[in-house]
Design a protein around this ligand. Structure first.
Ligand SMILES: [Zn+2]
Ligand SMILES: [Zn+2]
Length: 246
């Protein structure tokens, strides 16, 4: 049942049995610790960019994002990207469990996240049926398991958000086309649950933040006091993926 080769480097695992990533590849899944946008967490390639006005990226300076803050664990490159693609296209539950531990580390960088409602970014029902699972939901479940949710007052609500219509894939669209594509797409199923609460939104990958921002707009309209966005990896043209993968 369990793979005997590492999902990332395809070398034979010394200890097969659920740990489908070898210790060396697991070590390679490092967090981004360099300079980044204070608001959306966008990694900056150079320090001068970080030292400019308020350490905000161009988009946040224009106040384009509806969430209060976003953080990602690492860059969407190399092995982290590969691991996410495995999760997304093969729905490996044990992989979600391991990656959720990384997300838990990024969670600790959020301001006062305790007692929040944790909610995954939803797929459209037709996409979900096709795929059989929602990778953001697998990650959100794993996140709260890793965070001792009872102690911290966290509440996981997997169906908090709904997609009210299907959208084009965001890949290949410009930043403004992405925003347009997801405008008004999300609705909140039970607004009374989030009134005056903090919501932590969970997704696998954040690119421009258009999807997370559209979710945040719906949550704020429904009465959430604060929306924090958490993703495993941040995709940005500043750090293109240089690893040739299959
Ligand atoms: Zn490996
Ligand atoms: Zn920013």
């Amino acid at each position: 049942m369990f793979p005997t080769d590492c999902l990332l480097c395809e070398q034979e695992l010394e200890q097969p049995g659920g740990a489908s990533i070898c210790p060396a590849c697991w070590q390679s899944l490092q967090p981004w610790l360099g300079p980044s946008c204070e608001c959306c967490g966008l990694p900056f390639a150079s320090l001068p960019a970080a030292e400019s006005v308020d350490s905000l990226c161009g988009s946040c300076r224009l106040a384009e994002q509806e969430f209060d803050m976003a953080r990602s664990y690492g860059l969407y490159t190399g092995n982290l990207r590969k691991a996410i693609l495995h999760l997304k296209f093969h729905g490996r539950e044990h992989l979600a469990n391991r990656l959720g531990a990384l997300l838990a580390r990024a969670f600790e960088a959020l301001p006062e996240p305790d007692s929040a409602i944790v909610a995954p970014v939803p797929l459209h029902p037709s996409r979900r049926r096709q795929r059989g699972f929602n990778q953001a939901e697998l990650l959100a479940r794993s996140l709260v398991r890793n965070l001792r949710r009872e102690e911290r007052g966290l509440q996981l609500v997997v169906n908090l958000l709904r997609r009210v219509r299907a959208t084009l894939p965001q890949v290949g669209l410009s930043a403004s086309a992405r925003r347009e594509n997801v405008r008004g797409v999300f609705s909140v199923s039970r607004p009374e649950r989030i009134r005056n609460r903090t919501v932590v939104l969970v997704d696998d990958v954040m690119t421009t933040g258009a999807t997370l921002s559209a979710c945040a707009a719906a949550l704020k309209r429904a009465g959430a006091s604060r929306v924090l966005a958490l993703s495993l990896a941040r995709a940005t043209p500043q750090f293109p993926d240089t690893v040739v993968s299959g």
